[in-house]
Design a protein around this ligand. Structure first.
Ligand SMILES: [Zn+2]
Length: 694
């Protein structure tokens, strides 16, 4: 066997943390396709052998799998997301259909289904094993294992299509974002910029011009590059599609036209020309609804809700529409306040972030630049780690030698930790912090390696902070919340009591998934906590009274507009998967705009095609699921009130939350866990009261 392949196998089979420097190296990528093919063949053989097992020899272990294919495949998928390249795309493109084909084979294997049923009836199973087998049987039933062959073939084809479409969708978004760049000569429009953002923009310019050896942009056309003109780089600033470039422009750039340009660009990524997702979106919607119909559901939304707390699409829509109705008058008042304060006749959607930031600064004396100084990156990490230690006795220890230091490239910015709970080693944790143009935007958490017979899982958190040339890195409150949010997901994975990954973390009912993450944000964003945790990066002082009082008075600022815009996304998501017929992309766009404009305070024009980069629902699994953010918010409000009743670090409450919810998920339903914790059912009134909607 090839030496490299042998080493790959060794690393994948290791109980300890694998050598990612090696697994992500060119040497490995060169033969990755071949290795994946070999693994796949082995898996296929293993599966055929399994099917031959006689009934009397079936036990739970028959269904347990520690697949090198799964682990290697998840690593390469991770690489596709964080360090996208032609090479990795080619590998995924070639192997993905084969892997999907194999999962189709398992999904419609009658013998395997019979084996599961036999096991359920005859094997000695503990409660967790029983749940895993039950879920597997339920999945077979949902897939209608007894469908006739023609329909099964159709479903298999649809699944195959999905995998291709999803990858094409996200590649298009990434490529289209990569092409977006914006240049400004001098800082005329950037006078209100925070120093760090200005610095980033200047560095980005130098990088872009330096790296590509291109000529500087012309003065006349600030958004176009390519004409020869020698300009001194110190006067130029560049912006790209990163969230931090976007937010800096929208909040601090004093030119409305530029803000408009950014806003339109951001809502039309991957919607035209080379990277056009419109047909892909249409196909995904059609196929998902078609799949649902083959399986006897009215539409995809109904199928999606099979695995969730919410009972029906109608229940979800009623909730969202009711919340929006209540929030709208208050949202309008928020907008009126801005217009009145700045004597504006008209307020455009692209001016909102700019003016609301200014209003906070001028009327409420709240300066978010100042708040950033209280969230220096290293110290914020420490705040987070201290918080989880206080709450759950969870400790993170950087992985020590013999693990080699991470090299440049994909691993340049990652940190690896061993995670301990009550001094017991429970998981490995990777943090991948910094933005690169080859990285998918946003922030997320994932499990790269699952638990298996005592081997610890590997959880990863990914964020997109812009790494400064000169430290310190100061984070905005939004970025800090995102850091806490993703770590909440990580905790959910790591703290589960189950020895099975299938019964940990995300595999709870899917609309409960955002609960631990959104709750975690409270330890940094709530007025009660910010005063305790935030410390100035130079003086180590806490927030002074003026800044704190301003923060406090703005705690629920923009809440109602936020509810409205979140609900619009969730309602649009539900609409796409409700079975409505879309004749073509034009028809889809028309219906989308009609719906958005019937709900939104700000009318959107023809160019508004945000669905072309709505990765949540077209690439990730959040189709007919986006509502879960609002859903979780309602539950979070209840749980947070419980923490606040005593003290936010009250050990009795945190222990209770850990025992009844974080740790407890494996065989219970989400609603049961909530009732165990609160001794009552969820009551939306508490959320409404907290947001002044009742
Ligand atoms: Zn989340």
């Amino acid at each position: 066997m090839n030496n490299t392949k042998q080493k790959i196998i060794l690393e994948l089979e290791k109980k300890e943390f694998p050598d990612l420097n090696f697994l992500f190296s060119e040497e490995v990528l060169d033969i990755a396709l071949e290795v994946l093919n070999d693994f796949l063949e082995e898996e296929k053989k293993k599966f055929q052998e399994k099917l031959k097992i006689k009934d009397e020899n079936i036990n739970f272990e028959t269904f347990e799998d520690d697949s090198k294919l799964d682990f290697f495949w998840s690593l390469l998928n991770h690489l596709l997301n964080v360090n996208n390249s032609e090479k990795i795309r080619e590998i995924v493109k070639k192997i993905e259909p084969k892997i999907t084909e194999f999962s189709n084979e398992i999904a419609y294997s009658k013998r395997f289904f019979e084996m599961l049923k036999y096991c359920k009836k005859n094997c000695k199973l503990d409660k967790e094993q029983e749940k895993i087998i039950d879920d597997a049987i339920k999945n077979y039933k949902i897939r209608w294992i007894d469908l006739d062959e023609k329909k099964q073939e159709e479903l298999k084809k649809i699944n195959l299509e999905f995998s291709k479409l999803g990858t094409n969708f996200s590649n298009n978004v990434l490529d289209s974002e990569k092409e977006f760049e914006y240049f400004l000569e001098d800082d005329k429009y950037l006078k209100e910029f925070p120093k760090s953002d200005l610095e980033n923009a200047r560095n980005l310019y130098k990088e872009k011009i330096g790296q590509t050896h291109r000529s500087a942009p012309t003065k006349e056309n600030i958004s176009h590059v390519g004409v020869n003109l020698c300009v001194h780089p110190d006067n130029w600033y560049a912006f790209d599609a990163s969230a931090s470039s976007y937010s800096a422009i929208m909040k601090y750039c004093n030119n409305s036209k530029i803000r408009k340009h950014f806003s339109q660009a951001h809502s039309s990524f991957a919607s035209s020309w080379k990277y056009d997702n419109r047909e892909i979106v249409l196909k995904i919607i059609k196929l998902k609804n078609k799949k649902a119909k083959i399986l006897w559901y009215k539409n995809y939304a109904e199928l999606s809700l099979e695995f969730k707390m919410a009972e029906s699409p109608k229940q979800v829509l009623d909730l969202l529409e009711d919340l929006s109705k209540k929030a709208k008058p208050k949202a309008l008042k928020e907008i009126e306040e801005i217009k009145n304060y700045f004597w504006l006749k008209k307020l455009n959607s692209w001016d909102l972030a700019y003016y609301s930031r200014k209003l906070k600064q001028e009327k409420y004396k709240f300066d978010d630049k100042k708040l950033k100084e209280f969230f220096e990156f290293e110290n914020t990490k420490k705040i987070l780690f201290d918080t989880v230690k206080k709450l759950y006795w969870v400790e993170l220890i950087p992985l020590s030698k013999p693990f080699p230091p991470m090299k440049k490239g994909a691993l340049n910015n990652i940190e690896v930790y061993e995670v301990y709970k009550d001094n017991k080693f429970i998981s490995y944790f990777i943090w991948d912090y910094f933005y690169s143009e080859n990285k998918r935007s946003g922030a997320w958490a994932d499990e790269l390696r699952s638990k298996f017979k005592g081997r610890k899982n590997i959880i990863v958190n990914v964020t997109n902070f812009v790494k400064p040339k000169k430290w310190p890195l100061l984070l905005s409150l939004g970025e800090v919340e995102s850091l806490f949010h993703e770590f909440g997901h990580a905790l959910h994975w790591m703290l589960s009591k189950s020895k099975y990954s299938e019964l940990s973390g995300f595999w709870v009912e899917w609309d409960f998934v955002e609960l631990p993450s959104q709750l975690m944000e409270k330890w940094v964003s709530d007025e009660k906590t910010i005063k305790n945790v935030a410390k100035h990066y130079k003086t180590w002082e806490k927030l002074d009274d003026e800044l704190f009082n301003a923060f406090k008075s703005l705690q629920y600022y923009w809440t109602w507009n936020f509810i409205l815009s979140q609900n619009i996304l969730a309602i649009i998501d539900m609409m796409f998967f409700s079975g409505i017929e879309f004749k073509n992309t034009t028809d889809l766009h028309k219906k989308f705009l009609e719906k958005v404009n019937s709900l939104s305070i700000f009318k959107k024009d023809e160019n508004y095609k945000m669905y072309c980069s709505f990765g949540h629902i077209f690439d990730w699994a959040y189709s007919a699921w986006y509502y879960s953010y609002m859903w979780a918010d309602i539950i979070v409000e209840e749980i947070w009130a419980e923490f606040k009743k005593n003290w936010i670090f009250d050990t009795k409450t945190s222990k209770n939350f850990y025992q009844k919810i974080l740790w407890a998920w494996s065989i219970k339903k989400a609603s049961e866990m909530f009732e165990d914790f609160m001794w009552r059912k969820i009551n939306i009134d508490n959320f409404l009261k907290a947001r002044w909607l009742k």
